[in-house]
Design a protein. Structure first.
Length: 275
């Protein structure tokens, strides 16, 4: 790739598979030969735990440390806080200290650009940077949307999850309009899908026929599986835990969709430049 793509994986509703998607899409991209960095932007540190750091609150350096240095206008080395995972991805962990940083951001000059400031230094070292956002529309999530090139939204096919999409879409549109005009929507990823239920089938069909007219709903659907939950305890992706499972096959298909999407965007931008 000629340039890095930064993807914010977000939904203000918790428990919809943001962290699982960040880990498995990241490892999926690394398996395809891309240089990948995962950013844990959630004080709960779920991404960090899922990648094998069982006690993220004990870490001497985390994303909170880095953002504090940025706010104090200190120099931050590119390798600061970066951990290397056995499955080929790098990641910067988070812990509870990030909650304090979010409070401090409110009184910081150019508060929406703090994360972007550091991410811009990381871009030349990676092909993809995936940001696992916290389940809220607070200042850290706004920072992630400002730092990102695009947004991917995991959502369960149930009433409460889909109901919250309108609020999220308005927030993303506001960030695009006021702060980050280059922000695009990669699409909605359906997660924890139980295709045996009529309710799930009905909601998926409705989403694809209504929202799908204006916004991509990925063809890949991530099935509900206990296997996916087990990965977090082991600090592995689904590819290392059970590579023949339907979940692994689905995340592999998603990875290919994301890569193809980027190829199309790159081709389109080159065509526009030639004109």
């Amino acid at each position: 790739m000629e340039q890095c793509k930064v993807i914010a994986i977000t939904n203000q509703k918790g428990g919809v598979g943001k962290t699982t998607t960040t880990v498995n899409l990241g490892v999926g991209l690394a398996r395809q030969g891309y240089r990948v960095l995962l950013l844990d932007a959630d004080p709960q540190g779920s991404l960090s735990v899922s990648l094998g750091l069982k006690q993220p609150d004990d870490l001497p350096v985390s994303l909170a440390t880095i953002l504090q240095k940025v706010m104090e206008e200190e120099s931050v080395p590119v390798e600061c806080g970066v951990h290397h995972h056995a499955e080929g991805v790098d990641f910067i962990p988070a812990n509870i200290e990030l909650s304090g940083i979010e409070v401090n951001l409110v009184n910081t000059m150019s508060r929406e650009y703090v994360l972007k400031s550091h991410v811009s230094h990381l871009r030349k070292h990676y092909d993809y940077i995936l940001i696992d956002c916290m389940p809220s529309l607070g200042m850290m999530t706004i920072n992630a949307l400002v730092a990102a090139d695009s947004v991917l939204i995991p959502s369960q096919p149930n009433f409460l999850s889909t109901k919250g999409l309108n609020l999220l879409m308005r927030s993303i549109a506001r960030v695009k309009r006021q702060i980050n005009p280059g922000l695009t929507m990669d699409g909605i990823l359906l997660t924890m899908v139980d295709s045996r239920t009529n309710n799930a089938k009905s909601i998926i069909a409705s989403l694809r026929s209504t929202v799908g007219q204006n916004l991509r709903v990925f063809q890949s659907e991530i099935p509900y599986s206990v296997r996916a939950a087990e990965c977090s305890n082991e600090g592995k992706s689904i590819f290392a835990h059970d590579k023949t499972s339907k979940v692994a096959q689905s995340y592999d298909a998603l990875t290919k969709e994301v890569i193809e999407l980027e190829r199309k965007e790159t081709h389109r931008s080159r065509s526009d430049w030639v004109r």
